[in-house]
Design a protein around this ligand. Structure first.
Ligand code: 9MJ
Length: 677
C-alpha cells in the first residue's frame, strides 16, 4: 500500500485541529472564533478528504460525531465508582448542620472549612471515560451502579470532547457532569414538536434525558444539548491537584465546560449568602438549576470524610423551591396577538411557583389542549422557569370534578368576529381580520411605539387601547396627527401629559432604518434581523424591492423570514401604511452602503450591564454588522468591553486582564463613526 502524501496528512491534521479548537471556543468558552461559514467550509473540506481517503478516518475526527447507526438498545455499563446521589439541605440550619458535621470529623471550626459552591444543574447526569485521551464510553447514571451505554449519542454533543486537549493527557479520566438543555433550545424544540405533532417535553430535564435515550444518534445530534463537567471520578495518574476547584480548572484545560459560577467560600454563613444570591439570579441563568451543590474543596479532606450509604459526607445539595406546582384551571380566555394568532390562556387559581405568584399560563394552541386532554375545572401542573411564560404541563385527570367543562376553540375572533383561519400544516389559528381587528391593531401599535421600535415615551398600553377604542388611531401613521387639544380631552390626561406625548411623537419621527423596519412588525423580524436588513440594504427602497433570493443573502435570514418580508412589502395596505408614515414625517439617515466595510473584522467585543439607548441584542447586531465577533464572556482575546449600568463580574475581569472598557456614550459615538465611515 502506498504511503499517504505527507501534505495531505498535514492538511487533514490542521483541519481537525482548527475544527476542534473552533468547537471548544464556541461550545465550551462561548467565544466563537470561526464564522459559521468558515466552520462549514473546513468541515466540508475535511469530509471530502476523508471520503477520498477512508483509511485516514479516525474515531476522534470532528466528522465522526454522528457516525453510528441506530442501535437496538443500550448496553449496560457498570460504573467503576458508583454515581452517588447527594444529601439535601433545605434551610440555613441544614447548611450549618452540614458544616458542623464536617468540622467535627475534620477536627476544625466550621468557619475554617473551604467550600466550593456551584449551581446544581437540573439535567441528566452522565459519565464519560477517556483512555489515553480518547472518549471510549459515555453512560447514564442509571441506578448509580449500572447505567446505560449511550456513547454514540454523547459523541454528538459538541461540548463533549472526542479527544482531550492540551499537552498533559492522563492515561485514564472519568468525568462526570450534567447534560442540560437551555430554555431557548427547549422552547424551540417544543415549539417545533407542537407544530409537527411530535413529543412535547414537560421540562428541559426530561427533554435532555429523552434526547440522550434516542436509539438513533442522528436525532440526538439535532437536540440543543450541553455537557457541563462537575467531577473527576477517576484520574490516573494523579496530576497533583489538591482541590475540587483545581480539578475543575484542569478539566477546563482538557476541553470541558465547567461552571463559571463556581466560588470558593469559607464557613456556612458565606455559603448561605451564596445560596441566597444564586437563588435571586436563578431566573436569569437561561437554564434550569434546582439548587446549589456545596462541596468540601480540599480533596484530602474529601477522602478523609468518605461516604455514608449512598452519599458522600463531603457534599450537600441545597435545594431551591420547585418550579412546578399544582393548581386549578378555572377558565380559558382566547387572546389575539399582533399577527392575529389566537392563544388560549389558562386562568388559574393563583399559585406561588418558585417565589412568584402565577395566575395565567399559556395553553399554546388547539393541538396542545387536545394533547394535554385538559378541561376547565381540572387540577393542573404549572411550570415557571426563567423568563419563559408559565405553562400547563400536565393534568391530573383523577382529580377531575364532575362539573368539568370542555374547552371549545372559537371559530370566530373573540374581538372582531372575523373568521378564524388555520392554514394546512400550521398549528396556529389566526383571526383573519388583520388591522380591521381592534386587538391586532392595538398589538401592532404597542409594538410600533415600544422601546426597541420607535420608542415613543408616554404612549403606554392603556392609552393605545383608548385611542383604538375611540377609533382615533387606525394605523400607526394616525398617531402623528393627534393634537394636544384632542388628547387633553381624554380622562386622566392633563395639558402637560398631552403636550409631552405630542413632543415625544415628534422626537420619535427621527429614527434609524433598523428601528423603523423592526417597528413595522413584519412576522419573524425581530430586532437583530431588522438591524441586519438595514445594514445590508442601507435604504428602505432597496429592501422593498428585494426579491426572495436577495433577502436570503442577508445574514440570519432564511427562506421563511425572507418570504414574510417579501410578502409584507407587497400587501397594498402595508404599502399605504408605509407611505402614510413617510408623509407623517418619519425620517432616518439612509446609507448607500450595501454590505459596507467591516472595520471591526478580527475584533471580539463583549457587552455587559444594562444599556439605556438600545438593547444588548441591538448593540450586538450593530457590532456584528461592522465585522466584530460578540462573545458572552471576557478573556484575554477580548478587544473591548462595553459596560452598561450595573455591570458586574465581566467588568472586574476586564479590568484584571487590562481589556479596554468603554461606557455607553463612548460606544454610541464610536458606532456612529464606524457606521458612517
Ligand atoms: C450538579 N447536578 O450540578 C454534583 N452537580 O458532585 C454538581 N452534581 C455532584 N456537582 C458529586 N455541580 C456528586 C454530584
Amino acid at each position: 500500500m502506498s504511503q499517504p502524501d505527507p501534505k495531505l496528512l498535514e492538511e487533514i491534521s490542521q483541519l481537525r485541529a482548527d475544527l476542534d479548537s473552533a468547537n471548544y471556543r464556541y461550545y465550551v468558552l462561548d467565544e466563537p472564533q470561526l464564522t459559521d461559514a468558515d466552520y462549514d467550509r473546513k468541515l466540508q473540506r475535511l469530509k471530502r478528504l476523508e471520503a477520498e481517503n477512508p483509511s485516514l478516518i479516525s474515531a476522534d475526527s470532528p466528522t465522526q460525531r454522528v457516525g453510528a447507526a441506530p442501535a437496538e438498545g443500550f448496553p449496560a455499563v457498570a460504573h467503576a465508582i458508583p454515581m452517588l446521589s447527594l444529601d439535601n439541605a433545605f434551610s440555613r440550619e441544614d447548611i450549618i448542620a452540614f458544616a458542623e458535621r464536617v468540622a467535627e470529623r475534620l477536627e476544625c471550626e466550621p468557619d475554617d472549612i473551604e467550600f466550593s459552591c456551584e449551581p446544581k444543574l437540573d439535567g441528566a447526569a452522565v459519565s464519560l471515560v477517556y483512555e489515553q485521551g480518547v472518549l471510549v464510553i459515555g453512560a447514564t447514571r442509571g441506578d448509580g451502579r449500572t447505567g446505560e451505554g449511550i456513547t454514540s449519542n454523547l459523541r454528538t454533543l459538541r461540548s463533549v470532547p472526542l479527544k482531550l486537549m492540551g499537552g498533559s493527557i492522563p492515561d485514564l479520566l472519568e468525568v462526570r457532569g450534567e447534560v442540560i438543555m437551555r430554555h431557548t433550545g427547549f422552547e424551540a424544540l417544543n415549539e417545533r414538536a407542537r407544530e409537527e405533532g411530535s413529543k412535547v417535553f414537560a421540562n428541559p430535564r426530561n427533554a435532555a434525558a429523552g434526547s440522550l435515550r434516542q436509539l438513533d444518534p442522528r436525532i440526538t445530534a439535532t437536540r440543543p444539548l450541553e455537557f457541563h463537567a462537575y467531577q473527576a471520578a477517576r484520574l490516573e495518574p494523579d496530576m497533583g491537584d489538591a482541590s475540587h476547584s483545581a480539578l475543575m480548572a484542569r478539566l477546563s484545560t482538557l476541553g470541558f465546560r465547567t461552571s463559571a459560577e463556581l466560588t470558593i467560600l469559607h464557613g456556612p454563613d458565606a455559603v448561605t449568602d451564596y445560596c441566597e444570591q444564586l437563588g435571586e439570579k436563578r431566573d436569569q441563568l437561561g437554564y434550569d438549576i434546582d439548587g446549589v451543590v456545596i462541596k468540601v474543596n480540599d480533596l484530602r479532606h474529601q477522602r478523609e470524610l468518605g461516604f455514608v450509604a449512598r452519599a458522600p459526607r463531603w457534599a450537600v445539595a441545597f435545594k431551591f423551591p420547585a418550579q412546578e406546582e399544582v393548581t386549578t384551571l378555572n377558565d380559558v380566555e382566547f387572546q389575539v396577538g399582533r399577527t392575529g394568532a389566537i392563544t388560549p390562556v389558562a386562568r388559574l387559581e393563583p399559585v406561588t411557583v418558585a417565589g412568584v405568584t402565577v395566575s395565567n399560563a399559556t395553553l399554546h394552541n388547539a393541538d396542545e389542549i387536545e394533547r394535554l386532554g385538559v378541561m376547565m375545572g381540572d387540577t393542573v401542573a404549572i411550570r415557571r422557569a426563567g423568563d419563559v411564560i408559565p405553562q400547563v404541563v400536565r393534568v391530573d385527570t383523577e382529580k377531575r370534578p364532575p362539573d368539568a367543562r370542555a374547552i371549545i376553540f372559537p371559530d370566530s375572533c373573540p374581538v372582531c368576529g372575523s373568521e378564524i383561519e388555520r392554514l394546512e400544516g400550521e398549528a396556529v389559528a389566526r383571526c383573519s381580520g388583520g388591522l380591521y381587528c381592534a386587538a391586532q391593531r392595538k398589538e401592532a401599535l404597542k409594538h410600533f411605539a415600544s422601546r426597541k421600535a420607535l420608542d415613543v415615551d408616554g404612549l403606554g398600553v392603556k392609552l393605545i387601547e383608548q385611542l383604538v377604542d375611540l377609533d382615533w388611531v387606525k394605523t400607526p401613521a394616525d398617531l402623528f396627527y393627534l393634537s394636544v387639544e384632542q388628547l387633553q380631552s381624554l380622562p386622566r390626561m392633563g395639558e402637560k401629559s398631552a403636550t409631552n406625548l405630542v413632543n415625544a411623537l415628534e422626537t420619535a419621527k427621527s429614527t434609524t432604518l433598523a428601528r423603523f423596519i423592526y417597528a413595522l412588525g413584519i412576522r419573524e423580524v425581530g430586532e437583530a434581523t431588522a438591524v441586519n436588513l438595514a445594514s445590508h440594504f442601507g435604504a428602505l427602497k432597496a429592501l422593498q424591492d428585494a426579491d426572495q433570493t436577495a433577502l436570503e443573502s442577508v445574514s440570519d435570514v432564511g427562506p421563511i423570514v425572507a418570504a414574510h418580508v417579501h410578502t409584507f412589502f407587497r400587501q397594498p395596505h402595508n404599502i399605504e401604511t408605509l407611505q402614510a408614515l413617510l408623509e407623517a414625517g418619519i425620517t432616518w439617515q439612509e446609507s448607500e452602503v450595501t454590505q459596507g466595510p467591516t472595520p471591526l473584522e478580527g475584533q471580539t467585543w463583549v457587552l455587559t450591564g444594562t444599556l439605556d439607548t438600545m438593547t444588548r441584542d441591538e448593540g450586538k447586531a450593530r457590532l456584528q454588522a461592522l465585522g466584530a465577533k460578540v462573545a458572552g464572556s471576557v478573556s484575554r482575546k477580548t478587544t473591548c468591553l462595553v459596560a452598561g449600568e450595573a455591570a458586574g463580574s465581566k467588568l472586574i475581569k476586564a479590568e484584571q486582564l487590562g481589556v479596554e472598557v468603554i461606557d455607553e456614550a463612548t460606544f454610541i459615538t464610536r458606532l456612529a463613526d464606524w457606521e458612517q465611515s
